[in-house]
Write a protein that binds this ligand. Structure first.
Ligand code: 3PG
Length: 392
């Protein structure tokens, strides 16, 4: 695909799609990570004399003008991070809005999802968006799993380029799974096997070792015939779990399940908890975290690996003391990364929050800000927003 190195943006109207779907509380952005990530691309376009028109969605207004889902509060935050004025343009997108922007300036357009055509990837709406600019730059990897007008359709009508954040993301992902330094270890956690079936199915074919943690490990423990007391599990997926174990064996991927678990009678902060081997889980207890013997094994496996892909916490990390396995393994991976011995890539849902909680997110090689897009990439699915940038 082509990047900002392949185009002279000076004097051109540049439509740049970014992901500004950031958390907001009381009209204020509470986590600006996604904004910070796209600042270099936006600055570069303005500094090179492009007239910058920023496109983004916010939440899911489903084709209606929902005032609470306006991007207006995000414009103020973007302005703060860019250090230059950002003019906000309200539109319901029913007709092409008039956009007054000069070279070196920046405007932010209202939520593209105010128009029903956006999510349908409607050709008319894609053309309307394309008519606003001379070229299109996509810097929204985290929205690239959506085939929408502003992420995919538009690229069929004006020349399309990858922004700097998109470039960095794709390079990191390539390093992690496409052309990794082996052995590759993956850590997959989280509550449910059901949401990660495709992901596990794909990973066992690509990695050398797969650590399964979180409540989803309980379903696998059942598949091995362990009793898990009152632990969360998906009993109807025990057979599916067996199939995944078989697929891993066929692909020579070593599966690592917990050998011990931190068990409590109730799930609340500071609840009394004990470490039990997986053969001795009490009938009235719940496994809420991976135990210390398992953490030692995970850390030893990280020592053997050159590449780590991480998605999902190992335990119920939001509630102490059930954060300990996640924190210990994250810190160990960060230490190996800092020592230059490991390429570590993490992303998806709670993962970034868990690594921030461990205080080591900045030490990983790359942290993706994508949720759904990171998961679909781990599932091995083509991402329409990325495909649309490929030059034929
Ligand atoms: C995200 O927040 O993961 C992206 O912005 C995509 O949002 P969506 O799930 O509403 O399409």
């Amino acid at each position: 695909f082509r990047t900002l190195d392949d185009v002279n943006v000076s004097g051109k109207r540049v439509l740049c799609r970014v992901d500004l779907n950031v958390p907001i509380a009381d009209g204020k952005v509470t986590d600006a990570t996604r904004i910070e990530r796209v600042v270099p691309t936006l600055r570069e376009i303005m500094n090179k004399g492009g007239a910058l028109i920023v496109l983004a969605h916010f939440d899911r207004p489903k084709g209606k003008v929902v005032p609470e889902m306006s991007l207006r509060p995000v414009a103020a935050e973007l302005e703060k991070h860019l250090g230059t004025p950002v003019k906000f343009v309200f539109t319901d997108w029913q007709s092409a809005p008039s956009v007054d922007v000069k070279p070196g300036e920046c405007v932010l357009m209202e939520n593209t999802r105010y128009h029903g055509g956006e999510e349908k990837n409607d050709e008319g709406f894609s053309k309307l968006l394309a008519s606003l600019g001379d070229i299109y730059v996509n810097d929204a990897f985290s929205a690239a799993h959506r085939a929408h007008s502003s992420t995919e359709g538009i690229a069929h009508f004006i020349p399309a380029y990858a922004g700097r954040a998109m470039e960095a993301e794709l390079k990191a992902l390539q390093l992690a799974l496409e052309t990794p330094k082996r052995p590759v270890i993956a850590i997959v956690g989280g509550a449910k096997v059901s949401t990660k079936l495709d992901l596990l199915g794909n990973l066992v074919k690509k990695v050398d070792a797969l650590v399964i943690g979180g409540a989803m490990a309980n379903t696998f423990l059942l598949a091995y015939g362990h009793s898990i007391g009152k632990s969360l599990a998906e009993k109807d997926l025990v057979d599916t779990a067996r199939h995944i174990l078989q697929a891993a064996e066929n692909a020579k991927c070593a599966i690592m399940l917990p050998v011990d678990g931190i068990v409590a009678k109730e799930f609340k902060a500071g609840a009394a908890s004990h470490d039990y081997g997986v053969d001795a889980i009490p009938a009235d207890g719940m496994i809420l975290d991976v135990g210390p013997m398992s953490v030692d094994r995970i850390n030893a496996a990280i020592d053997d690996a050159h590449t780590l892909v991480w998605n999902g916490p190992l335990g119920a990390f939001e509630v102490a003391p059930f954060d300990q396995a996640t924190v210990a393994a994250a810190r160990h991976a960060a230490k190996r990364t800092k020592a230059g011995k490991l390429v570590s890539v993490a992303g998806g849902g709670d993962t970034v929050a868990a690594l921030n909680h461990a205080g080591v997110a900045q030490d990983f090689t790359y942290i993706s800000t994508a949720g759904g897009a990171f998961l679909e990439w781990l599932e091995g699915k083509p991402l329409p927003g990325v495909k649309a940038l490929e030059t034929k």
